[in-house]
Design a protein around this ligand. Sequence first.
Ligand SMILES: [Cu+2]
Length: 379
Amino acid sequence: MSDTTGVDRRKFLQLAGLSALSAVAPSNWLYAASNARYAKDASPDFHPNVEIEITAVATEAPILPGKPTRVWKYEGKLLSGPEGTIAQLPGTHLGAVFFLERGQKVRFYFKNDLPEANIIHWHGLHVPQVMDGHPMYDVPAGSGYVYEFQVDNPAGTYMYHAHTHEKTGQQVYKGLAGLIIVSDPDEKTLNLPRGEFDQPIVLQDRSFDADNQLVYVQNMRERHMGFLGDEMIVNGKRHFVLPVATRPYRLRVLNGSNSRLYKLGWDDGTPLTVIATDGHLLEKPVTRQFVMLAPGERIELWADFSGRKVGTEIVLKSLPFSGAMPGHGEGGMMGGMNHGDGKAPQGGGMMGMMNHGDGKAPQGGGMMGMMNHGDGKAP
Ligand SMILES: [Cu+2]
């Protein structure tokens, strides 16, 4: 979409908003028309290549079977800029994924449609202080904030999340976080997997009540030691399976949990091939038997399923460990290779079952995949 179209579209959106308002509260006309709803407004001196409307909303997501879970979510809408700048993750609490390029000038119209204050922090991006969503800038319900910055980070995986004064933890837990994927010219010269072969893997732990609703910090211990959920949620799903083809993938793993640490490894002992850590590609790939990942941290894995048998499964596990705060080493993802129907000629995959590190009491999903045909689609 061209800039001109984007501006027209925004006018149209404002107009639509106005007519809706006029039906119920005509006195709000001037307020909305003057854009006073933004605690910080757009600057006429900033000429964006990309304009995005990002709205914090209360909605629901089908995380567990049965009743949907009430969540908070950042929804994104492209107002102007290259097609493909935004990818939605429908049916989850995870915010829209933003695909940005180094050097782009980006303007975010943030709208807070939640019943309480909110502000967004761009985790890992180099932006001016006033654009970084410090809690001192949080805006009340019904207000907003216009962010303007130039993307000045190398190609890599970043995130954004709620950063509201005294409410960051609980708001992120409710769902207010998402991925930002930055590309740059150097990276484009590398022959890294793209499109459907470039997959985000967002790891989160959550607890639910009998009504499928999220349960957060219950007691002093959790407040001090950090909250640990008892279900593993990957990309917003409890039983996550990624059907993969027998070829290399780029897996962008984000620890989006509030305080859980992960010790990640392949269940069959295959070493992890790490190609990037927080916010930049490595000079050369590094192989490790496992990688520790703390909240907010990202690693990118080169996962090559070439030569694996169709119908088999491989699991990215959270291995048990000790030496961290009590409870942190308990959670895990476990699973095993097994055989499929043996009909398909080739494939590769991941599979998992959430499980305590001691091998007892499986409860919930891990990261799961099934080997299948070379097209990367479900069998
Ligand atoms: Cu952060």
